[in-house]
Design a protein around this ligand. Structure first.
Ligand code: ZN
Length: 279
């Protein structure tokens, strides 16, 4: 298990508009009905998204689990019924998963294969919790949603996109009415992980191509990890041009022989990859 999983909260500086809550989380409204919930003192600097409308709310990723996220979510839900939807099964996105009742899960064969009697237990190689000494959780599945299906949260409509590359089970949510993609770990600020088990550069590139065709140039891409810039933590939001940059780096790498390394993408991100991820 690695050290330095948590940084002292008092050493973290937040961008204007972000505020501390519960001594651990940093929150800000992305718009009137969308709350970003960051964990800048967690070494992976995770960001989850509470997407609300009327009496309903969807929590896209449930945090690192270093602190309970449910009380904060309840406070900001104004009595709405909250459904959790993990972007993928990596441990740092499932932290508070059992605090929200039956979970919405992407209807993918590899996840169906992990379900028994309405309960899902991710495979070890999907969860990767051994990196931080964590045990695999088991949780109730309330709903399976197919790629291409549209989830309604009140009057809001979010299309589920299968976005493999970082991991084979990754999904993103596309909300055309707000011109926003919730991309989770597919793209974010910092080190993009394509070196972990299940990562595939070929799938990463294909998903880039599909996303570049799907979302307009002006779209906002809300991400699941951030990194401080000049010592200040900010909500990780990137754009179409960043996606183009990732596409171009992947395309270049795949023209060469498989090898392990890291490649700069742009000033905001770089890509980690392994020989195995060329397959
Ligand atoms: Zn991940």
């Amino acid at each position: 298990m690695r050290d330095n999983i948590e940084l002292p909260v008092e050493t973290i500086r937040l961008a204007d508009g972000l505020k501390w809550e519960d001594g651990w989380f940093a929150t800000r409204l992305l718009d009137a009905d969308t709350l970003t919930i960051g964990e800048p003192a967690y070494h992976q600097r995770n960001w989850s998204y509470l997407i609300r409308d009327g009496g309903e709310a969807l929590l896209f990723d449930t945090g690192s689990g270093r602190r309970p996220i449910a009380p904060l979510v309840a406070h900001h839900s104004n009595g709405a019924r909250v459904t959790a939807f993990p972007s993928h099964m990596h441990f740092d996105h499932l932290g508070g998963i059992n605090a929200f009742g039956p979970v919405t899960v992407a209807d993918l064969p590899m996840l169906r294969a992990c379900e028994t009697g309405g309960q899902l237990t991710p495979a070890d190689e999907m969860f990767l919790g051994h990196y931080e000494g964590l045990s695999v959780p088991t949780f109730d599945v309330g709903r399976w949603v197919r790629p291409g299906e549209v989830i309604e949260v009140g009057a809001r409509r979010l299309e589920v996109l299968h976005t493999p590359g970082h991991s084979p089970d990754s999904i993103s949510l596309w909300e055309p009415d707000r011109n926003r993609l919730y991309a989770a770990d597919f793209i974010y600020c910092g080190a993009l992980y394509a070196q972990t088990p299940g990562a595939s550069l070929t799938q990463y590139l294909e998903t880039c191509r599909q996303l570049l065709e799907t979302i307009p140039q002006s779209a906002e891409i809300a991400c699941a990890h951030g990194r401080p810039v000049k010592g200040i933590d900010e909500v990780p939001v990137v754009g179409h041009a960043d996606l183009e940059d990732v596409h171009d780096v992947l395309s270049g790498l795949l023209q060469g022989p498989p090898h392990t390394g890291e490649a700069p993408v742009n000033e905001r991100m770089f890509l980690l990859y392994s020989e195995e991820s060329f397959q």
